[in-house]
Ligand binder design. Sequence first.
Ligand SMILES: Cc1ncc(COP(=O)(O)O)c(C=O)c1O
Length: 378
Amino acid sequence: MVELARRAAELAQQGADVIRLDQGAVDIAPPSAFVERVAEVLADPEINRYSPDPGLPGLRSALARYGSERFGVEWEPESEIVVTAGANQACFAALLAMVEPGEEVLLPSPWYFNHAMAVTALGAIPVPVPTRPEEAFAPAVGAVADAITPRTRVLVLINPNNPTGARYEDDLIRELAELAVENDLWILSDQTYHELHFGSVPPLSAAAVADAHDRTVGSFSKSLGLAGWRLGFLAGQAKLVTEVLKIQDCSVICAGRAGQEGLRAALSEAQEHVVRVRTVLHERRDRLMAALRAAHLNAFVEPGGSLFLFLRLPGVRDDRAFCRRLLEEQHVVAVPGGVFGPGGEGSIRLSYGSTPPDSLGEVAGRIATAMEEPSLED
Ligand SMILES: Cc1ncc(COP(=O)(O)O)c(C=O)c1O
């Protein structure tokens, strides 16, 4: 991925019309309340100090209200919420608190590679739970049950999903939560894309049905366009949050203070902003799907959320070589499906979060052309 991004920058510098569908980013500016509050607090010397490790009390209270409204869960701000430097840091700290080396973590696959890397870095074992496009990439309860062993400690769920764009049915979340409780597993609910769904209501959070077992991770990188500010949270019953706080203290200490101030101000008007982001993403998703279908690229599942579409490439054996050629010959950057673990091979991930609609219309034709001209590499 790094190599593709570097080459894309090189080609763009040479004047090529490069279309980037690799970055999981949204190109919509953050809410004005965030920007205004950050500008205001910069003059306050206090802003240069650490915040309390778990985050500013006012922000944690605002997050508790947000959790109640958007997740349907009542978290106690003092003991059950930690403001983190993004969802990735929250996931890493949660996994470190949950698993010992040699223990197993279930990851529906294709998976988010940073989760698999975090598990491996901790000396634990990422266990793929295969999902299938025919089942809209939802992890079947039977497949999860079959993957459980005496060493399994955690089931990770990303809903809506990166990289597949799947949005799981509420009933599935209930059944998976039940299974986790029966087997005394933690659920790590990564809800980075919780707000980015295309239905009328947000997806069910496992915390709403299995609070004692669930630890929810959230992010403001995509929904509020704050990726560079590194703002996320971890929430759940106090037992594990206390452990996470020790890890927080010896790693980042606290999330950046100015960003926390901005987020506290922005959360109150966040829903208005998020509805706008959702509308833009919905339009872009539809534009991309229509263009793909018009180019006879039909091997995908309609995304129910997030900002990704996972496209199968029938007949393409090597997705990495295909992505290299797609960039060199057609100037399109996509992520090879193989980087998302077992089940990802032979596909590419297209991110439509920061691509203008006209480019999304154009991209399908370029992918189709690349598929018509198989090179020796494939
Ligand atoms: C599933 C998932 N979790 C976590 C992250 C990281 O989010 P953050 O920027 O809040 O660390 C991403 C970013 O792409 C993601 O896709």
